[in-house]
Design a protein around this ligand. Structure first.
Ligand SMILES: CC(C)(COP(=O)(O)OP(=O)(O)OC[C@H]1O[C@@H](n2cnc3c(N)ncnc32)[C@H](O)[C@@H]1OP(=O)(O)O)[C@@H](O)C(=O)NCCC(=O)NCCS
Length: 329
């Protein structure tokens, strides 16, 4: 049977990762769709369900679908739709043929275009009213998504929805989000004069390390990228931090590294930085990546060289002169 589809786009002032997260986080879905409840099993083959109506046991409307493509941060496809509408009754055609595909086109790191395409509506008159309602409905819904992305609609739960911090795995390492339990080890690394020698030269108190970890986690929220905790896969030990960094006023998009003294010299910084570089290039589309290294930091220079970076200029961070090493793809 011939089918028809409709499509609309909206530009969002957030990175693609955040836009994708908004499509699969129940708190976000409730905010942009006005749903009373949402449940998502965020994986290929998972469920994606939203319900409307004050009475939890007798919702006015339920839409349930299966996730048939889960490709963060660029593509989410929902199919096999099942609808329950208490007032209108069943759909006059088979809703299982419908698909809704979200495509996120990243333009740069700070914004993206979200496209929604709904397909599979029969061309005959049975689907006319539903097709028209969906066409208008999705235009309004995208406006809702834009308002949530701009922060004009508060998310319904406490705090702001956390960003999805990806987990990267290499042969020996797992790069993951920092968590509260990491504070002790991280504070120990930052209280080591050898580790801090070229990072300002002053050791940090536990409170300073805690605040710095909070900055690293918050960096993901504000920028859509950030540093990972580097964990050894074989025993879960936290080795240090490696990843992307570009706080306000930074002289470029940096990939940086710090490994606790007892774990240095085993290639961990290089292995983690290679995975970070690949992620920055593939996911963020970065082609110019810098490493800011104080003169005399030979170990750090050695890591930069192994990554293929070259000195390309000078800059200052926190009043400290650094050499800008540059990796280009
Ligand atoms: C820089 C740092 C992250 C490297 O971590 P790592 O896991 O030991 O790094 P890798 O093992 O992948 O590589 C280290 C390289 O430095 C070399 N190296 C170490 N100390 C060196 C020294 N004093 N002089 C010359 N080369 C040195 C090692 O030989 C190795 O190179 P190789 O593989 O060619 O032999 C780690 O030393 C560190 O955390 N330092 C303190 C924090 C810091 O300064 N961070 C960088 C800020 S720009």
């Amino acid at each position: 049977m011939p089918t028809r589809s409709h499509r609309c786009d909206v530009r969002l002032p957030i990175p693609a990762e955040r836009a994708f997260a908004m499509l699969v986080e129940p708190s976000s879905i409730r905010a942009w769709w006005g749903a009373s409840r949402a449940i998502v099993v965020p994986r290929q083959g998972g469920d994606w369900v939203a319900a409307w109506g004050a009475d939890e046991d007798a919702p006015e409307y339920v839409t349930a679908a299966t996730i048939t493509a889960f490709e963060p941060p660029h593509r989410l496809r929902l199919a096999d739709f099942r609808y329950v509408a208490r007032a209108e009754g069943e759909l006059p055609f088979d809703g299982r043929a419908l698909t809704t595909e979200f495509t996120i086109l990243a333009s740069d790191r700070s914004d993206c275009v979200l496209r929604v395409e709904q397909s599979g509506f029969p061309c005959d008159a049975t689907a006319d009213a539903f097709f028209a309602a969906c066409e208008v409905g999705w235009t309004n819904t995208l406006a809702g998504i834009e308002r949530v992305a701009k922060g004009e609609v508060a998310l319904a739960r406490e705090g702001v929805a956390p960003p999805v911090i990806p987990v990267l795995e290499t042969e020996r390492l797992r790069l993951r989000a920092f968590r509260l339990a990491d504070v002790g080890t991280y504070a120990r690394h930052c209280a080591d004069p050898e580790v801090m020698r070229f990072l300002g030269g002053r050791i940090w108190s536990r409170t300073e390390s805690w605040r710095h970890l909070a900055m690293l986690v918050g960096h993901w929220q504000l920028r859509g990228f950030g540093m990972w905790a580097v964990e050894r896969r074989s025993d879960g030990v936290l080795l240090g931090r490696v990843g992307c960094l570009e706080p306000d006023g930074w002289p470029g998009f940096e990939i940086g590294w710090l490994i606790g003294r007892e774990h240095q010299g085993q290639g961990y910084a290089t292995e983690a930085a290679r995975a970070s570089l690949a992620w920055a290039r593939d996911v963020l589309g970065k082609d110019r990546i810098v490493h800011l290294i104080a003169a005399g930091n030979l170990a750090s220079e050695a890591v930069a060289k192994k990554l293929g970076a070259r000195p390309a200029g000078n800059a200052e961070v926190h009043g400290m002169p650094v050499v800008v090493w540059e990796s280009r793809s």
